[in-house]
Design a protein around this ligand. Structure first.
Ligand SMILES: *[C@@H]1O[C@H](CO)[C@@H](O)[C@H](O)[C@H]1NC(C)=O
Ligand SMILES: *[C@@H]1O[C@H](CO)[C@@H](O)[C@H](O)[C@H]1NC(C)=O
Ligand SMILES: *[C@@H]1O[C@H](CO)[C@@H](O)[C@H](O)[C@H]1NC(C)=O
Ligand SMILES: *[C@@H]1O[C@H](CO)[C@@H](O)[C@H](O)[C@H]1NC(C)=O
Ligand SMILES: *[C@@H]1O[C@H](CO)[C@@H](O)[C@H](O)[C@H]1NC(C)=O
Length: 818
């Protein structure tokens, strides 16, 4: 997390400031005015006849024979270990237990809201953030009438029955901004919580229906400013499609995301309105919208598997301000446009300001009956013509290109990346959505609490968890982690063939001396032994540390999986903290290192024997602030390394992943191959260069990039030895589709990342070795606060000021040319 940027305005401020300073309110109201056409006009309630659904509006909604779902019927024993009232606080809430009827007749708004708010939770405006009031609000099949917004709270999972999607149906007189409002505007016009701090929430398995609201009235399906460890999945939006419709499916105006997938939109003025620093969106389908996607601002977005049908415009990223781009960049691939007038509407040209503003990369996009493929918005001229038949854009970019030298300013067709066949399925990058186990009965699940684990954040659950996990793998059951915090004091072993699913992001938390020897690394969770093969599925969970854990590898993945059916991890990740402001406050004015604040050695290690692993929406985070403190004060917690990939066979998919605040590197690809990654997002620790990346974790010479040549201690600038965002060595086929690699701070001071700063926060961000790296390519590289964007060994290939974008610096296409 970090930073707020609204409609191209970038405001460096600390969170405490964010809650009070007037500059932010001004920015918000500016953004409200600028995009006022997106906002709900509650005063104007013309009495039109409601739109009726035409028959094709059920495309994409799966009909099933049975509507039972294991999660509805399984025993609900999840707890929130650190809640003030852990014995009475309910994590699971079935809306029907709170009076909701789901009968299509009763107004269920208040009942649903009671289910969300029960138990003194973190309401918008009432608290800054929290990790102690997670809740899962479950909706059985049914049609739930709502007359005003369902207001979601912090760390809330809204979950529908995937076997018969619950329908949230807005009444004709619906009043609110979003059938689901994920972050309700507060009096004074500010978003609650701080959009870049909204973590740990999801919405899945719903139909959101606004068609009863007159088409001429503004209506919004979901309002979703959000950040990491959040997701939207398997949601159908039904919007009015009458001429002049003012409906929009999804509205995101701020945040630091994020991931969403498997969304289907019908109708609307806008299917989706997107503004956020960075995001990965996969498998979104649009029918009959005026504009499928309106990109109002970003630093960089990754669009994978987008299908646009019968719309006027597909992706509109043309700026509304004639003199200044407000969209940073987009990477758009493996997608299609059918029966659509204009696939892409852009405003970038050779004279765009800033220089790289509005950059776009397209790869493998098919067109069928499309009027104009790419339109230059200001003059409506075709940059790339359409076709009444079928055609494919293999690759086209507008922006600055390095091969590996540059910049070359281009707006033209390019040679697409060479894709290894092992990463593909039918020519597209392999995709796999988080499993819901919709076909299994609840008897197929083995609850860890039923098996004796406590999850209370105090009891040593190592033995109890191991017993359940081992037995489940042997009997073919799915391990179900009831919500809770499970302490482990030695390594937990996950055998091949395990399937594990969590409730509301339960936590496996390492503790004790076993994990605290910086010279003897120990996995907290170990998946397979070297040489094992099989498939593991793991979703909706977190691995974390408690106190000093200087030798902990939070996840060590050794398992080889079959080519074509990889293992997977969805929605979850690691958090190296458990250390609060009390123990580890930020200390910018001291150079003393508190070794008790070393919270983890390596977040995740994919070892040489591992292969075929799919990660989607995984966030590896070393906490930068105390999430359970009212002021969210910054903390100095030292974590050594982020994601290390050494898989020899490779075939690793990193879809919507981020790695933040690790001392030596965030992403490290070493002696590996066949990596698909997009979008990757990183942040450098806020304390660096106090101390530099060399401390406080001693060099592991076999895997760490050394700073000895590039930054000799005696002579280099102080900001030279800082964490690499991405370091590639001796690897081939590393294909990155969108990267946001940020360094916002120098010893907790943001002036080095402010627009126009002359002394940048750090020297280098991307590193690769020329001698043994082949086919390393990146679309949409965005860096912040970094002088040299890319280093080939010790040679700086790209400097930030040649590539200025609306806030980051951007290269739309990098190719190491080997
Ligand atoms: C895309 O989403 C639809 C609708 O949820 C789903 O049926 C389909 O399986 C998804 N496809 C992929 C490739 O994930
Ligand atoms: C295309 O979308 C329009 C609404 O914009 C709708 O009226 C029309 O029926 C759609 N056409 C098809 C073939 O679905
Ligand atoms: C495309 O972008 C331009 C602004 O550059 C805007 O005026 C126009 O309305 C957009 N949409 C269409 C359909 O041309
Ligand atoms: C692109 O996508 C199409 C399907 O839309 C597929 O058939 C084709 O093989 C893909 N891959 C490449 C590299 O063009
Ligand atoms: C941050 O750094 C700038 C430039 O060195 C300096 O002027 C400013 O006072 C610093 N701010 C704080 C809070 O130390």
């Amino acid at each position: 997390m970090r930073f707020a940027s609204i409609a191209g305005l970038v405001l460096p401020f600390t969170l405490a400031e964010q809650l009070v300073i007037p500059a932010v309110e001004e920015a918000v109201s500016l953004q409200l005015a600028e995009f006022s056409d997106y906002y709900v006009d509650t005063a104007n309630k013309a009495i039109d006849s409601p739109d009726t659904l035409s028959s094709h509006d059920v495309r994409g909604i799966e009909e099933r024979q049975t509507s039972s779902y294991w999660y509805e019927t399984i025993a609900h024993q999840g707890i929130s270990a650190f809640n003030d009232n852990p014995t009475t606080y309910k994590v699971y809430r079935n809306v029907k237990d709170y009076g909701a009827r789901g009968d299509g007749q009763t107004d269920d708004t208040l009942s649903i809201q009671r289910a969300i708010s029960d138990g003194n939770r973190c309401a918008p405006g009432a608290c800054a953030s929290t990790s102690t009031t997670n809740a899962v609000v479950y909706f059985p099949a049914g049609t739930y009438l709502v007359s005003s917004s369902i207001v979601s709270y912090y760390a809330t999972h809204l979950v529908g029955n995937p076997n018969s999607l619950p329908i949230l149906k807005a009444t004709a007189a619906f009043d609110g901004f979003g059938v689901i409002d994920g972050a309700q505007y507060q009096p004074g016009g500010a978003l609650p919580w701080g959009a870049t701090n909204i973590f740990w929430r999801q919405i899945k398995n719903f139909v959101i229906d606004t068609t009863a609201i007159p088409a001429a009235n503004a209506a919004t399906g979901i309002h979703w400013p959000t950040s990491q460890a959040t997701s939207l999945q398997n949601i159908v939006f039904r919007l009015a499609s009458n001429a002049g419709t003012q409906h929009q499916g999804l509205f995101i105006e701020d945040g630091s995301g994020g991931f969403m997938n498997d969304l289907v939109f019908y109708g609307g003025k806008y299917g989706a309105v997107f503004g956020n620093q960075q995001f990965t969106v996969r498998n979104l389908t649009f029918y009959d919208a005026v504009t499928a996607i309106s990109q109002i601002w970003n630093w960089g977005w990754t669009y994978q598997g987008i299908s646009v049908n019968n719309c006027t415009v597909g992706l509109d990223m043309a700026t509304r301000d004639a003199n200044k781009e407000v969209v940073g960049s987009a990477t758009f691939f493996d997608s299609s446009f059918t029966d659509t007038q204009i696939a892409f509407n852009i405003s970038r040209n050779a004279n765009s300001a800033p220089r790289t503003g509005g950059s776009l990369a397209i790869e493998n996009v098919s067109l069928k009956n499309v009027g104009t493929a790419i339109q230059y918005g200001p003059t409506q001229a075709a940059l790339v013509a359409g076709t009444t038949a079928s055609s494919t854009i293999t690759s086209w970019v507008s922006g600055q290109v390095y091969r590996p030298n540059g910049p070359n300013k281009v707006a033209s067709a390019q040679t697409p990346f060479t894709r290894p066949a092992s990463l593909l399925s039918n020519g597209k990058y392999y995709q796999r959505s988080k499993p819901s186990y919709a076909d299994l009965p609840s008897t197929s699940f083995s609850s860890v609490r039923a098996g004796g684990a406590k999850g209370d954040g105090a009891t040593d659950d190592t033995a109890a968890l191991q017993k359940v996990i081992t037995a489940a793998a042997a009997s073919g059951k799915v391990v179900y982690f009831d919500a809770g915090t499970y302490i482990v004091t030695s390594t937990l072993f996950i055998p091949a063939t395990s399937k594990i699913v969590g409730e509301g992001y339960p936590v496996i938390m390492s503790s004790g001396t076993f994990f605290n020897n910086v010279n003897s690394l120990k996995p907290v969770v170990q998946v397979g032994n070297s040489g094992d093969s099989g498939i593991v599925e793991w979703s909706d969970m977190m691995v974390s540390t408690k106190g000093a854990q200087a030798g902990a590898i939070l996840i060590q993945w050794n398992l080889a999986s079959p080519s074509g059916s990889p293992s997977g991890i969805w929605d979850g990740g690691t958090k190296g903290s458990g250390l609060t402001y009390t123990e580890c406050p930020a200390t910018p004015s001291s150079t003393t290192i508190n070794n008790n604040c070393r919270s983890g050695n390596t977040a995740m290690h994919i070892t040489t024997s591992a292969s075929n692993l799919y990660l989607e929406n995984v966030w590896l985070w070393s906490a930068d602030h105390d999430v359970d403190e009212a002021k969210l004060r910054q903390i100095t917690v030292y974590s050594g390394r982020g994601l290390l990939v050494e898989s020899k066979v490779g075939n690793i998919w990193l879809v919507g992943t981020s790695v933040e605040h690790f001392a030596r590197y965030q992403y490290r690809f070493l002696n590996t191959q066949n990596i698909f990654a997009g979008q990757i997002q990183t942040e450098t620790p806020y304390y660096q260069p106090n101390p530099s990346a060399r401390s406080p974790y001693p060099l592991i010479s076999s895997t760490d990039p050394s700073f000895d040549v590039s930054c000799p201690t005696a002579t280099a600038a102080p900001n030279c030895a800082e964490a690499w965002g991405l370091a590639v060595q001796a690897s081939k086929n590393v294909l990155v589709y969108g990267a946001g690699l940020y360094s916002f701070y120098s010893n907790y001071n943001t002036s080095c990342s402010a627009t126009g700063a002359s002394t940048l926060c750090q020297q280098g961000m991307v590193l690769y070795d020329a001698a043994s790296t082949t086919n390393f390519r990146v679309y949409g590289l965005n860096t912040v606060g970094t002088y040299g964007m890319i280093y080939k060994d010790t040679t700086r290939l790209a400097t930030y000021d040649y590539n200025l974008n609306i806030y980051p610096s951007s290269i739309i296409l990098f190719d190491n040319a080997v």
